[in-house]
Ligand binder design. Structure first.
Ligand SMILES: [Zn+2]
Length: 305
């Protein structure tokens, strides 16, 4: 019996073989959108949106350390992020999310919170905060949670909250309270993207910590091969197998593998299948969950032949 669920997390609408489910990146942080697909879940970046900030430069999230603009190295921000209280963006995203939900299996949200610590200090946010009578951090939390509640009313199918891999300071940085989100979420997805998993200990620890904190099923997402990568840039199949096994034994409920398309997933599957000695060695790394990862790879043998 298999308890762990395995997903392919893709930029292109072609499904990868050998997975329980598929998540399609229908709206990227660049603002680029593609059509949702009936039998895939849809991943939507909400406030990270270069296109929105290009059309409306005044929508960008503000802070004492500068705006949430790509290139502001005070923050881990790789895209422009719209202020999380921007009313027109919020309304448009609600309608969009509802429509995408209707045309796919459900919605996996990311960037559905403030840009980072200190955000947002635009005039509207300052005004809203003052009127709220709450502390700064509690006001941010309420803004995030209230918006998630509005999203929940629109999403009739599965709603998954993707969150940053920060178990300690997500409240202070993003306004994210895990228990608040758990009320509306069907599951969480902890995004653990890295170009290397050379030290699996840290990822295992994070997986264990999140499983302890989050009151809904916990998926993690691992990085296989992004758009524009070449083979030298990405984690090796050996690293991916090892980190999968070590996170699985920490009690998580499933793993997603991110790749630009189904063919990059297939290359990874083939490379994983070829790691015969490592697969043998990993059998001793834990109980049932580890076995399920190794069984998954055994199933891939038929696919990559
Ligand atoms: Zn603002």
């Amino acid at each position: 019996m298999c308890n762990l669920k395995f997903g392919a997390y893709l930029y292109e609408p072609e499904k990868a073989t050998g997975f329980d489910f598929h998540v399609l990146r229908v709206k990227l942080e660049t603002g680029m959108r593609i059509s949702p697909v009936k039998d895939m879940y849809s991943n939507i970046a909400v406030f990270a949106d270069n296109a929105a900030s290009r059309s409306h430069p005044d929508w960008i999230s503000q802070s004492p350390l500068g705006p949430a603009r790509m290139g502001n190295s005070n923050f881990n921000i790789y895209w422009d992020v719209v202020c999380a209280t921007q009313p027109e963006h919020r309304a448009e995203q609600l309608d969009y999310i509802e429509d995408v939900d209707r045309h796919s299996l459900g919605v996996w949200l990311n960037s559905q919170y403030f840009a980072d610590h200190g955000h947002c200090t635009c005039p509207r946010c300052k005004e809203l905060w003052k009127k709220s009578g709450l502390s700064w951090l509690e006001w941010r939390r309420k803004e995030v949670t209230d918006y998630i509640a509005q999203i929940r009313e629109r999403v009739k199918k599965e709603l998954v909250m993707c969150i940053q891999p920060d178990p300690i300071s997500s409240y202070e940085r993003y306004g994210v309270d895990f228990d608040d989100l758990a009320k509306y979420a069907d599951a969480f997805n902890v995004v653990m993207f890295s170009k290397s998993y050379a030290t699996p200990w840290y990822w295992e620890m994070l997986a264990r910590g999140f499983k302890k904190l989050l009151k809904k099923p916990v998926y993690i997402s691992l990085y296989v091969f992004g758009p524009g990568d070449n083979a030298k840039d990405v984690p090796s199949a050996a690293e991916l197998l090892t980190v999968s096994v070590r996170c699985a034994r920490a009690g998580i409920d499933g793993i997603l593998y991110l790749a630009s398309g189904a063919s990059q997933i297939r290359d990874f599957q083939k490379a994983a299948v070829d790691k015969i000695e490592l697969r043998q060695r990993l059998k001793s790394y834990g109980g049932q969950p580890v076995q399920e990862i190794l069984d998954l790879v055994t199933n891939w043998e038929k696919i990559v032949e």
